[in-house]
Design a protein around this ligand. Structure first.
Ligand code: SF4
Ligand code: MG
Length: 323
């Protein structure tokens, strides 16, 4: 119901020679059309894996993905044009040998979305939409600043007329003033094109700025999910509380931050019970023995922690969210 992209159950990836390792496990997310869902966690928690699977860059080994009601678990060009991705590093993401008009227009011509003869006007319009001068079409990526390159990467994503964009640390490599500009561009494009975003970031300040709801991931699982205001005003999970207490400011996120004592454990050998228990300041005996279920602790607010007691589990995340 209004659900645009949804990933359910165990979405995994296997690592040859290391047995079956699930980078993400029992993750169930539904994103409504027009919504911005923030996905937050430390580096290595599996958030990029979720994003890459939704964008069709990594097939799930288990579980399913649905887009506008259709099963897209098996990659198909049709559906994956609808879901584009914008990455952290606009330097690496653009082919240095391609001119900007090729970078932006080539895939759209290839997929028959625009005739080759119309490509120059098509590219010029996209450059304007992302706040760049159409005369830049004949230049090469190295001639631009980081923020301009990220605008070019966004124009390339928009060229395929997506409905859904996965942003993976899309502003994390940029200077703070540029970050705000790019976030504003994402919000403007959401309004003008009706876009939906999964906005992946380790930086809570960025996510607070842009997201309607926030999902917090720890070691391949969602540990808390709520509307953005609730997450910041009434964080329930000790991991979320620690992230918020020690959140870097918007201008201090160039290096991924490790706010919690201790390293993120290896997904190859996750801790027993609640996988956060070795680092949790509130861990109890039960926590090492028994994994907590993700439960709805208030309307639309989900958390996986034994401190919440035995609230009756609700089996599906797919029906609670209206937009
Ligand atoms: Fe901490 Fe226990 Fe809650 Fe896990 S279940 S977050 S270890 S209190
Ligand atoms: Mg990542």
């Amino acid at each position: 119901r209004g659900s645009l992209a949804r990933a359910t159950d165990a979405l995994g990836w296997s690592r040859p020679g290391a047995g079956q390792v699930y980078a993400v496990n029992d993750v169930s997310l539904a994103v409504a059309a027009g919504e911005v869902l923030g996905l937050v966690g430390e580096s290595g928690c599996g958030k990029s894996t979720v994003g890459r699977m939704i964008a069709g860059l990594l097939p799930p080994t288990r579980g399913t993905l649905h887009f506008e009601g259709a099963d897209i678990s098996a990659p198909s060009v049709d559906h994956h044009l609808n879901i584009q991705m914008v990455f952290q590093n606009p330097y690496a993401a653009l082919n240095p040998r391609q001119r900007v008009d090729q970078v932006i227009g080539e895939a759209a011509v290839y997929h028959g979305l625009v005739a080759r003869a119309d490509a120059p006007a098509f590219v010029a319009a996209l450059l304007r939409q992302v706040g760049l001068d159409p005369s830049y079409a004949s230049r090469y990526p190295h001639q631009f600043s980081g923020g301009q390159r990220q605008r070019i990467a966004i124009a390339r994503a928009l060229a395929l007329d997506p409905k859904f964009i996965v942003c993976d640390e899309a502003v994390s490599a940029l200077d703070v003033s540029v970050q705000a500009q790019i976030l504003n561009l994402f919000m403007d494009l959401r309004a003008s094109k009706g876009l939906t975003y999964l906005f992946i970031s380790h930086n809570l300040a960025v996510v607070e700025h842009i997201a309607d709801r926030v999902a917090i991931m720890y070691l391949g699982r969602i540990v808390e999910l709520a509307d953005t205001r609730s997450v910041f005003a009434r964080a329930n999970h000790p991991y979320t509380q620690a992230l918020i207490a020690d959140a870097p400011r918007l201008d201090a996120n160039v290096v991924e931050h490790r706010p919690i004592q201790g390293e993120l454990p290896s997904p190859l050998n996750p801790p027993s019970g609640c996988t956060f228990h070795p680092r949790c300041p509130r861990a109890m005996a039960r926590c090492a023995a028994e994994p907590p279920a993700l439960r709805e602790i208030a309307s639309g607010h989900w958390s996986a922690c034994h401190l919440n007691g035995d609230v009756t589990p609700i089996h599906s995340l797919s029906t609670h969210h209206d937009h």
